[in-house]
Design a protein around this ligand. Structure first.
Ligand code: DAH
Length: 338
C-alpha cells in the first residue's frame, strides 16, 4: 500500500509539472490548477483518499511526502503564473544578444534617423556609403578640392585648426583641422578607387560659426559623388529630384541657381519646390577637371557630379523643430518625442 501510494504521488507530480510547463496561457494554466490542485474533485482528492486508506503507522511518513509533492506542484504553478502574466510585447522585445540589461530603453537620435533615411533612398539609386575622418589635413579639406591658399574658406577664423602654429591662409599642407565639409571624402574615395564611383558620405562638419537657432559649430552633411564615362548635369538633377521626392513624400520640382564652388564647374545652388515654398537643398555641380586630375583621373575620359546637402535643415523641416540647438543639448524631454 505504501509503495502504491508513493508511486501515485510520483506520477501525480510528473504529470502536474509537465502540464504546468506546457500551459501557454493564463487560461490554460487555470485548467491545470483545477485538475491538479483543485480542492473539490481533482487529482489531489484521489491522493488524499489513498492516504486515508494507508496503515495508521505509515500515515505520518506518507503525509509528509504528500505535502512535499503538493508544495512542489504549487510552487511550479505560481512561477509559471508569473511568467504568463508578463505582457507579451515585453517578453518578445528582449533580445538576449544585445548588450546591457535594459535593451528596450533608448531610441535613435532624430539626426541619425534622418541620415538612415537618406542612406536608404540613395542606396536604392546605387550609391554606396563611404566614410572619412573628422580630423582632416589641409590637403583633403582644401588643396585637392581646388581651394587656393588665398581662398577665404581657409581663413583661421573660419576653421577649427588644431595645430595653430601651422594654420593660416598660407596653405601649409601639414595643417590639421576639424573638417569643415564632407567634400573631403570625395577625395579620399577617388584616391582609393578607380572610376566608376558612386558614393555618399554622411557625417559631422565643424565651423566656428556663431551659434543661433539655425547655426551650430557642428553640423551634418551628406556628400554625394558620381563619376563615370558620361555623367551629365541631367543625371545630377534626376538624382536630386528622386532624392527630394522620396524624402519629402511629394513630387517636388528641383531648381538650379548658378553659383560657385572651387571644386565644381559649373556650380549650382539647389532648391526644391515643396508645398509652394522653395527650400534650399545645398550646393552641387560637375566635378572640376582640376579635382579629377588631383586624384589621377583623366578629365578627358570621365566626368562626374557632386553635391553637398545640410542634414539638420531636412530634419528640422520633417519634425518641425525650430531651433538647431535642441538637437545637441541631449535633453531627454526633447529627444524622447521622436
Ligand atoms: N562642401 C560645400 C559646403 O560645405 C557643399 C558642396 C557644394 C558640396 C557643391 C559639393 C558640391 O559636393 O558639389 O558648402
Amino acid at each position: 500500500m505504501t509503495a502504491d501510494a508513493q508511486a501515485a504521488f510520483a506520477s501525480y507530480k510528473d504529470e502536474a509539472l509537465a502540464a504546468i510547463a506546457s500551459a501557454s496561457s493564463e487560461d490554460a494554466l487555470e485548467l491545470v490548477r483545477v485538475e491538479f490542485l483543485g480542492k473539490k474533485r481533482g487529482r489531489l482528492k484521489e491522493l488524499q483518499s489513498l492516504l486515508g486508506q494507508a496503515d495508521p503507522e505509515q500515515r505520518p511518513l506518507l503525509g509528509k511526502s504528500f505535502n512535499q509533492v503538493q508544495a512542489e506542484v504549487r510552487g511550479a504553478l505560481e512561477e509559471r503564473q508569473g511568467v504568463l502574466a508578463r505582457p507579451v510585447a515585453a517578453v518578445a522585445a528582449i533580445d538576449v544578444t544585445l548588450p546591457g540589461s535594459q535593451p528596450v530603453i533608448g531610441r535613435r537620435h532624430p539626426i541619425t534617423k534622418t541620415m538612415d533615411d537618406f542612406k536608404d533612398i540613395v542606396g536604392r539609386m546605387g550609391f554606396r556609403v563611404a566614410t572619412g575622418p573628422e580630423l582632416e589635413d589641409d590637403h583633403h579639406n582644401f588643396v585637392a578640392l581646388n581651394i587656393p591658399p588665398e581662398h577665404p574658406a581657409r581663413d583661421p577664423l573660419e576653421n577649427f585648426y588644431l595645430a595653430t602654429a601651422l594654420a593660416g591662409s598660407g596653405g601649409d599642407d601639414a595643417a590639421v583641422l576639424m573638417r569643415s565639409q564632407t567634400s573631403t571624402v570625395q577625395i579620399r574615395v577617388m584616391e582609393q578607387t578607380a572610376p566608376p564611383v558612386r558614393i555618399v558620405s554622411l557625417g559631422r562638419c565643424y565651423r566656428p560659426d556663431t551659434i543661433d537657432a539655425t547655426h551650430h559649430c557642428m553640423f551634418h552633411q551628406m556628400e554625394g559623388l558620381m563619376v563615370d564615362t558620361d555623367v551629365t548635369m541631367a543625371d545630377l538633377k534626376t538624382v536630386l529630384k528622386h532624392f527630394a521626392t522620396a524624402f519629402l513624400g511629394d513630387d517636388v520640382s528641383v531648381r538650379f541657381r548658378p553659383s560657385f564652388f572651387p571644386f565644381t564647374e559649373p556650380s549650382v545652388e539647389v532648391d526644391v519646390l515643396w508645398r509652394d515654398r522653395w527650400l534650399e537643398l545645398g550646393g552641387a555641380g560637375m566635378v572640376d577637371p582640376n579635382v579629377l586630375r588631383h586624384v589621377g583621373f583623366d578629365p578627358e575620359e570621365v566626368t562626374g557630379f557632386a553635391f553637398g546637402l545640410g542634414i539638420e535643415r531636412f530634419c528640422m523641416m520633417r519634425y518641425q523643430v525650430t531651433d538647431i540647438r535642441r538637437f545637441f543639448e541631449n535633453d531627454v524631454r526633447f529627444l524622447s518625442q521622436f
